[in-house]
Ligand binder design. Structure first.
Ligand code: C2O
Ligand code: CU
Length: 462
């Protein structure tokens, strides 16, 4: 521990509701104000960073509600640009999904939008901007959304760990503002040179030896796939993308967390007093570095606890019946070193070179970016199998709005519910979706630069 985890670029240091005009009365507790703020993102000694924030903090404050409760927030847009909020992973009313241009108009500067929805599932979710999200999320517009079980497991602490990276000029402390840099869009995406947790470049969380912690990991990075390992901590994973696993699974080796994915861990601090337990991260140079440090202070008395019980299931856990399911195919193409010849963009067939001229690099099922017609029209309640073929040389974190889905293994076995899944080049991937939530739902890569440069489509459930 203690090594600075800065990389590259020279850090060193050791449904369309009407808008209402912004009210003149004072902010109520239910406001969520998107505004600029200055925060100390880089290590002490470096300049502060101007970020786009919710209510002045990065990440935005954790919203915690009980399962089945309403979330009500008035987005107040104090930025100079339009914005909107998406509630990632919530099986939400479509009109509240926050996708500018599909489920609502972007909220202009000086205006507000009232979000009001029920959170039907317990678990770890997050909220983030969904207007020009490639830039807005990178500048800081995201925060955790935690929906608590009525009957939560007994732990000594329940901590949210929002993992992120930022691309900052070390001299000025400001974000590099080349958000649509073609090199990043056409390769693995925009990677930060400063990696941190909960808005801090090196987060420390003191813990007692023998304590049991629930760690809710959220990958809020634009493109970074976190490869993680526990040190001085041992335990189980109990939920993925908010949804409880049928049984806790011991964490044996590396945890891979793609952009937008979440994992809930229940871990016991096994490191003795005076040592430091840690969540470690594998960096590009193949070095493991500290992502979060847990300096062990004191010891918890009492015997070591048993394996935790599974989290109580959410209401949507019935396995889909695949016998009559329709199969849909989606080929992913494009990107640097890809083989994309032509694809449809804005109603025209275009060659790769012309697409590049438009700042577009990727296609899903032959389509670049949004089309007027959805990729698929599904009947409410219908089960579909989506076969994804990744003909690019990059991994993509594919996210479906509004509904979770399950991976279908080659032998037909169904995996756990997820809302974001990593597609690996040349590895066939099949998912099964029960279309039980009506509305217009995006399906896109959560490497947000990829989403912006072609990898965004939608389905319509009626
Ligand atoms: Cu987390 Cu369409 O997004
Ligand atoms: Cu992608």
């Amino acid at each position: 521990m203690g090594r600075l985890n800065l990389t590259r670029r020279g850090f060193c240091a050791g449904g369309v509701a009407a808008f209402s005009v912004r009210p003149t009365w004072a902010a109520t507790p239910d406001d969520l104000t998107a505004r600029k703020a200055r925060v100390q993102l880089a290590p002490d000694g470096y300049p502060m960073t101007e970020v786009w924030s919710y209510d002045g903090t990065l990440p935005g404050r954790t919203i915690r509600v009980g399962q089945g409760e309403r979330v009500t927030r008035r987005l107040v847009n104090d930025l100079d640009v339009p914005t909107s909020i998406h509630w990632h992973g919530i099986r939400i009313d479509n009109a509240m999904d926050g996708v500018a241009g599909l489920t609502q108009d972007a909220v202009p500067p000086g205006h507000t939008f009232d979000y009001d929805f029920v959170a039907p599932d317990a678990g770890t979710y997050w909220y983030h901007a969904h207007t020009n999200s490639m830039e807005q999320v990178a500048r800081g517009l995201s925060g955790p959304l935690i929906v608590e079980e009525a009957d939560a497991p007994e732990v000594d602490a329940d901590e949210v760990l929002m993992l992120d990276d930022w691309l900052i000029d070390p001299d000025s402390g400001q974000f590099f503002d080349d958000f649509d840099q073609p090199m990043a869009l056409s390769h693995a995406g925009r990677m930060g040179n400063l990696i941190g947790t909960n808005g801090q470049y090196q987060l420390e969380m003191p813990a007692q030896s023998g304590a049991r912690l629930r760690l809710r990991l959220i990958n809020a990075a634009n493109a970074r796939i976190f490869v993680l390992r526990l040190q001085g901590l041992s335990g189980w994973s109990v939920a993925l993308d908010g949804m409880p696993l049928a049984a806790p699974e011991p964490v044996m080796d590396e945890i891979i967390l793609a952009p937008a994915q979440r994992i809930d861990l229940i871990v016991d601090v096994t490191a003795p007093e005076g040592e430091t337990a840690a969540l470690l991260r594998l960096d590009d140079d193949d070095q493991w570095r500290g992502q979060v440090a847990f300096p062990v202070q004191g010891a918890r008395s009492g015997p070591r606890r048993d394996r935790p019980a599974a989290l109580p299931p959410n209401p949507n856990t019935a396995l889909p019946d695949l016998t009559a399911a329709r199969s849909l195919d989606m080929v992913m193409e494009g990107g640097a070193m890809g083989r994309l010849a032509t694809a449809r963009y804005k109603g025209r067939d275009m060659g790769f070179r012309d697409l590049v001229g438009q700042g577009q690099f990727w296609s899903l099922a032959g389509q670049v970016g949004m089309s007027d017609e959805p990729f698929a029209e599904l009947e409410r309640g219908e089960v579909v199998r989506l076969r994804i073929e990744n003909r690019t040389v990059f991994a993509h974190a594919m996210h479906l709005h509004g509904m979770h889905f399950r991976k279908v293994a080659a032998d037909g076995a169904l995996g756990p519910l997820r809302d974001t899944i990593l597609s690996i080049p040349e590895e066939p991937l099949e998912i099964a979706v029960s279309a039980d939530n009506p509305g217009k739902w995006l399906f896109h890569c959560h490497m947000l630069g990829h989403a912006r440069s072609g990898m965004t489509t939608w389905i319509d459930v009626t």
